[in-house]
Design a protein around this ligand. Structure first.
Ligand code: ADP
Length: 483
């Protein structure tokens, strides 16, 4: 099949979270499976310097944006075995220090930036001589694309591609003042207030627009697909999603094991396998050294890597650690985000010197070392559409301790669920107490070398490779038809 993937971030060119990992890996997996996949994404600051192989394409965008026009250029990168990547160059919008924000403040013109980018995607889908059969868009930044394609069809685009929207996180909907809708140059009926347009309590809701007008919708785990149709986790869109449930599928993200592995990984000091675990112990000691914790392989080491956002359960984690750090354990965290949560971690580190190491900012190398060096990985998310770190942990033989929600529930097996295949610890209630209890269970496993070995073996054998997952996407593509 011929698939055009559109996303505001794609690993390794840009990344703020799992979206980038997923789109980068999906593109490659589709190509490996014999399909033609092309990715389109903005040309952010620094990409050209880092990838000198980028070539300018003879393509000039000049597109209406409300009452005016905006221009852009196009670059491409072709790498063997990878999906071709198109980069939309619009210096005013994308040559900035951040992708969405700076100093924790979102760019004021995000609606304009990404509506323009969405229009570039539609322009490519329509006029590239390579005509895609499917345009697969990801998250709110490109969620107006299905409506724009539908409108182009109404205006005479025969044989348009089918559209598929993937929701990576329903909590981020791209909500803007209603005036932003004018930038899309869509007829007023697309803003209809009766549940069938982009209007949401008087505002523009980009994701809602995508949910309504995409030919099919996927989200990143089966459990999250069910959860988002409930009031509790529907973020105000559960009604719309229930209406559209017939076209909604949940597909657990795969893991790019080329990047996330323990045998050929430039980020790791020592490699290891399920039958030769000495390298993991070495990495643990080196991690302790690197982050300034006492070097002692016998002390259970817990770790976490995440955006410091409410979703990630930082509040209950701080509460549980406050209690559990009185035991002989160590904790290392890497994250960036809310200054309030950063303060919380700094205070925790100050209260438990020699037991807590906190690192802030974005650090890919350290993220691999934490995944590898820890014994347990904490993910107490309030909600988690898919979550990647628990799957990375499994591959690294690091036992995930997770709240049973979304993709965490779909990817981790608790002893209570299946004693033979158990590879992690799950808890249910969103409280510090429940997490502390789960940490106590983890410590009980740690006490028994035999159990620990078994959990690790199960963890490292779990297979979330894209080769398996990609077929589920292809099935959705094949079933997605133009209305
Ligand atoms: P989300 O997309 O909600 O942030 P995921 O678990 O799906 O959560 O994906 C997070 C991705 O971002 C993982 O690849 C994780 O390793 C990475 N990541 C998050 N925070 C950091 C950080 N501070 N430094 C390096 N990598 C990070």
């Amino acid at each position: 099949m011929k698939i055009l993937l559109a996303s505001s971030e794609v690993y390794p060119f840009s990344k703020t979270g799992g979206l980038a990992d997923m789109v980068g890996a999906l593109g490659r997996a589709l190509v490996k499976a014999g399909h033609e996949a092309v990715v389109v994404t903005p040309l952010y600051r620094g990409i050209r310097k880092k990838y000198p192989d980028l070539r300018r394409v003879d393509w000039h965008f000049d597109l209406p944006l409300g009452h005016r026009h905006a221009q852009a250029g196009l670059w491409e990168l072709n790498r063997p075995g990878e999906a071709k990547i198109y980069f939309v160059e619009q210096a005013g919008y994308f040559d900035r220090p951040g992708i969405y924000l700076e100093n924790n403040v979102s760019y004021a013109d995000n609606a304009e930036r990404f509506i323009f980018f969405s229009k570039c995607v539609v322009n490519l889908a329509r006029y590239l001589p390579w005509h895609p059969e499917i345009v697969h868009v990801h998250d709110w930044q490109v969620a107006l694309v299905p409506a724009l394609i539908l409108q182009a069809q109404n205006e005479g685009w025969g044989n348009r591609p089918a559209t598929c929207l993937t929701i990576h996180n329903l909590a981020y909907q791209g909500i803007f003042p209603s005036e932003a809708f004018a930038l899309a140059n869509l007829p007023a009926e697309y803003f209809a207030p009766d549940g069938v347009g982009a209007e949401f309590y008087g505002l523009l809701n980009c994701l809602k627009c995508g949910i309504i007008f995409a030919d099919s919708i996927t989200t990143v785990s089966p459990r999250y697909a069910r959860e988002i149709t409930t009031e509790e986790l529907g973020c105000g869109l559960d009604g719309v999603l229930r209406q559209q449930a017939g076209k909604l599928t949940g597909i657990l993200n795969g893991v790019d094991y080329n990047e996330w592995n323990t045998t050929k990984n430039p980020h790791l000091l020592r490699s290891y396998t399920v039958s030769r675990m000495a390298g993991k112990t070495y990495n643990k000691r080196e991690l302790q050294r690197q982050v300034g914790l006492p070097v002692d392989e016998t002390i259970p080491l817990f770790g976490t890597i995440s955006r410091l956002a409410e979703q990630k359960g930082v509040d209950i984690q701080l509460g549980a650690l406050e209690e559990m750090l009185n035991c002989n354990i160590q904790f290392v965290q890497l994250g960036s985000g809310s200054p309030e949560y950063e303060r919380g971690y700094r205070e925790l580190a100050a209260r438990f010197p020699g037991k807590v190491a906190v690192q802030f900012g974005y650090d890919e190398n350290l993220s691999h070392r934490i995944e590898s060096g820890c014994d347990f990985f904490l993910m107490p998310s309030r909600f988690e559409p898919c979550g990647l770190n628990q799957m990375y942990s499994l591959r690294y033989g690091t036992i995930p301790v997770v709240r049973a929600t979304g993709g965490l529930d779909d990817s981790v097996i608790d002893y209570g669920q299946n004693a033979e295949l158990a590879n992690g610890v799950k808890f249910y209630e969103y409280t510090s107490r429940a997490l502390a209890k789960a940490i106590r269970k983890a410590l009980a496993i740690y006490e028994s070398p035999e159990l620990m070995r078994e959990f690790r073996r199960n963890a490292m054998k779990a297979d979330f490779s894209w080769e398996k997952t990609v077929n589920e996407y292809v099935k959705v593509y094949q079933q997605t038809t133009v209305k």
